[in-house]
Design a protein around this ligand. Sequence first.
Ligand SMILES: Cc1ncc(COP(=O)(O)O)c(C=O)c1O
Length: 489
Amino acid sequence: MDTADPQERPAPLWSSLLKYREEGNLRLHMPGHAGGRGLPEAYFTLAELDLTEVPGIDDLHQPRSEIKEALRLMAQAYGARESFFLVNGASSGIHALFMSLPGERPPVLIPRNAHRSLWGGMVLSGAVPRYLSCAYDAQTGIPLALDPGVIGAELEANPELKAVFLTSPSYWGTSLDIAEMADKAHKRGAALLVDEAHGAHFAFHPAYPRPALSQGADAAVNGLHKTLPVLNQGACLHIGREYKDRNLLAAALSLITTTSPSFPLLASMDLARQFMQVKGYEYLDRAGRTAEKYRARIDQIPGMRVWNPSGDNDRYAAGQDPLKVTLHISGISLDGLQMADVLRREYRIQAELAQPDLIMFMMSFLHREDEWEWLHRALVEIAGKYGGTDRKTGVIPLIPCPRMVLSPRQAFRQERRRVKLKDSLGRLSGEMVAPYPPGIPCLLPGELIDAETLEYLWYIKQRGIYTQGPHDPALDYIMVLEETGKGQE
Ligand SMILES: Cc1ncc(COP(=O)(O)O)c(C=O)c1O
């Protein structure tokens, strides 16, 4: 990776690790590999920099020097009042946000297209969700835009709401117009929190969807590892000027964060921030233009349509990350899963997501034009071999929004038992079912398995869609709650 002159754009955390390595110390401290011993050679460089809170290396739980400075630079880059490093992915930022809400059982408005990490946030905090069912595009299952008017009406009808928790961009890169919703939330004294896990790059180029924080969100969580050159698990939580309980948030984060964070992971975030400030605009600019060109070219391939929320589809989203390329492939005789398999075996291309009727490619701004061309060529060949059909794709059933009977924390503590899926109608679920990716739960513990939900579960089962949550991945059985009254708080 081409990084900038450290003098101009310092990466203080990374520099502190290099300095320690240069000193050639006898490492009589953690971690146990003492600089890489006992590990295969491929780990050496990483392990040499895998340090702990010795003098000269700062402490994530009490940042005073390099980490403090790296966080200051991070906040500056994102226009945040303050940023926090997360070493357990965006999920941990979401958990901490819920834990910092006021009160014992804070009510939160949550459009139901949220990632499964919201469940952990609610169990840990005791928050009680008020779910909003979402509309989805019938052909692709992509969540449609939220109407700010609906959010406003919910806030008005439920003045006890403490926060609104939005997901933008979606897993597919569609983004929301947050400003109006933030305004409505603030007028009612509620915080506007955004899971922006897939949008860490937006802040570095104006042609990409507008970052949540710049639209008035009180806090946003970025999964840096998803779209920036950052090691897995690296993420950031940013808060805006008006964020109410900064100290409680910091305490919640410290509570759920290991006291042995990975320094190579932390430093990769420091370096990525430096990279984005120095080269991000240039890379995103080039990637945006390349994406525009190839999105149009791929759209011309017979049998494939590129999902695009512009023009007639405006109502679908306020914006679209051009680097998420979703194809609807009803004119190809292969379904999405078969096509992903052919791409991998015959063209050495691994797609991000494959579903019966669509396939999604997650391009990075670091991919070169010849790599876009590689994908395009493969798709043209596949269309040539398997095209010319009109596969009946059918309508994707809508993700249900089941009725919550027990709050997440109550349900979490309840006894459960296994029943046949076909016998589960009318029972309260004892487990989460989240097709993965994208990880949006169609059922959570404490929710009623009604006819619509059961039908959706059958759909998942029959199509063999991969899920996280169920103890029986085949979904022949499902865990339900014992009917022993409410769980203990
Ligand atoms: C929208 C969304 N939010 C949050 C997460 C959780 O991110 P992480 O895996 O970094 O914990 C994901 C993960 O895929 C996601 O898609």
